[in-house]
Design a protein around this ligand. Structure first.
Ligand code: GYE
Length: 322
């Protein structure tokens, strides 16, 4: 390559190449992405964090990563810090659905585009974010409901269900409940007798299941519907400690299909897990690059997902990536 006199002078003066060669593609500044993660509450979340970190590295994007420990106030602080640092794009997985308008308006005023990953926000102003990428949680709830309705189609009496909800006010907790109820309400024999949050963690799942078993008695529960695998895995322990057989005395349905769920299915302790993919990193980096390049990006990007009953677990397990 031939350098002009001006460029040679700049180089000799010790200025960075980007200054010496304006417009050269390879000399462009690295894109900076600020990402505010919910926390580290589940196996799903750990896999999601890993996917985002490794995809940023592969894409050559500088990632500023912040863990909110399941607290909205921490996410708001992180987003404000990203605005102050003038990052190119902000992405975050909102712990709850409501209460984001103010901080999103601040990002908009600073002309920093925002991408929602995994969980949605509830806002009247969709111009506050560019795109939302992630699963259809209502559909996941419906899949759980359909599996149960089919499994219990010959059951005559009441089917007594306990529900372990995800984090209160979070999109997956609201939507997974909604989708499940929409399906089971078609037959009045299905009854949700207890429903409480286990905050998507194993420890809380176990604790709340212990309380359910105490309140309903050993024979009072036919089905456990857990909004994620971790809570189901915690609950399995509680069920065993109560002297019952998980997946036999109590039918167990959960969501995510992480490795821990496959292990539980292969051990005969979990009946089915509905898939929810945490591997959002690569598509997030593609969207970030497109946004910075001024290309159009779809407002909603939905993840494709399946369903894994325990009979398929051993064959599927070696193929699982999270
Ligand atoms: O199902 C759960 C995690 O938002 C889809 O959050 C995610 C959920 C996931 O803690 O395990």
């Amino acid at each position: 390559m031939r350098l002009s006199r001006r460029q040679l002078v700049a180089l000799a003066a010790g200025l960075p190449l980007a200054t010496a060669l304006p417009g050269a593609a390879w000399a462009q500044k690295k894109i900076v992405l600020g990402f505010s993660q919910v926390g580290a509450e589940s196996e799903w979340r750990t896999a999601n964090t890993e996917s985002i970190k490794s995809a940023a590295k592969d894409a050559g994007i500088e990632l500023k990563f912040s863990d909110a420990q399941q607290k909205q106030e921490n996410q708001i602080k992180a987003i404000r810090a990203f605005i102050a640092q003038k990052v190119d794009v902000i992405a975050f997985s909102p712990v709850v659905e409501t209460g984001w308008d103010n901080v999103l308006r601040e990002a908009k005023a600073a002309k920093i585009p925002v991408v929602l990953t995994d969980r949605a926000v509830n806002t009247k102003d969709p111009s506050l974010y560019v795109t939302f990428m992630g699963s259809d949680f209502v559909e996941e709830g419906r899949k759980a409901g359909r599996w149960l309705v089919d499994k219990m189609k010959d059951q005559k009496g009441e089917v007594r269900i306990v529900e372990l909800q995800g984090t209160v006010g979070s999109a997956p907790a609201i939507d997974r409940k909604k989708g499940f109820e929409e399906i089971i309400k078609a037959d009045p024999k299905f009854k949700i007798v207890r429903s409480q949050t286990g905050d998507f963690t194993r420890a809380k799942g176990k604790e709340v299941m212990e309380a359910f078993l105490k309140a309903e008695g050993k024979n009072g529960i036919n089905v456990l519907y857990a909004h994620n695998d971790d809570m189901a895995i915690g609950a399995i322990q509680a069920i065993e400690e109560a002297g019952l057989k998980p997946a036999k005395d109590i039918t167990i349905i959960s969501i995510d299909a992480v490795k821990g769920a496959f292990e539980a299915m292969m051990a005969g302790k979990l009946n089915v897990s509905i898939e929810c993919s945490p591997l959002l990193g690569p598509q997030l980096m593609t969207a970030v690059k497109d946004i910075v390049a001024g290309k159009p990006v779809a407002k909603r990007i939905v993840t494709e997902e399946g369903i894994f009953p325990m009979e398929t677990a051993a064959a599927e397990f070696p193929k699982r990536k999270y």
